[in-house]
Design a protein around this ligand. Structure first.
Ligand code: HEC
Length: 98
């Protein structure tokens, strides 16, 4: 693991991004996935977000979201996110694995 680079302003920015990402996943993902630090997913096949980092690097998620995550994700509605939204969602999911 490489230590996280960045000054204090980057951390403040990070906090805002995480808060924004949480809102986005609450609106778009929570009806199937467990999005918080605990709890079960509503959809039996949907992995809880806090466990995603065990499956693959969170960086891969960024790419998957950018390409449209519908691949291997048949029950999931197409979610079109702009890069800013993707960054926020990934920051939030990453924060769960800290
Ligand atoms: C309608 C239900 C539903 C919604 C809404 C939903 N998902 Fe999923 N998601 C699933 C299911 C079901 C799976 C498991 C698919 C499988 O393993 O075949 C899954 C799997 C995933 C995976 C793992 C994919 C993999 O290859 O392991 C990620 C990442 C993911 N979802 C992200 C999201 C994000 C981000 C959102 C919100 C933008 C979201 N999902 C919204 C149902 C949903």
């Amino acid at each position: 693991m490489v230590a996280c680079a960045g000054g204090s302003s980057a951390w403040a920015q990070d906090g805002l991004q995480i808060a924004h990402g949480k809102k986005l996943v609450e609106a778009n993902c929570a009806r199937c996935h467990a999005i918080g630090p605990a709890g079960k997913s509503t959809h039996p096949d949907a992995p809880p977000f806090r466990l995603l980092h065990l499956r693959y690097p969170i960086e891969d998620l960024e790419e998957a979201l950018a390409e449209g995550i519908s691949t291997g994700h048949p029950d999931m509605p197409e979610f079109v996110a702009d890069p800013q939204q993707i960054g926020a969602i990934v920051a939030y999911i990453r924060s769960l694995s800290r």
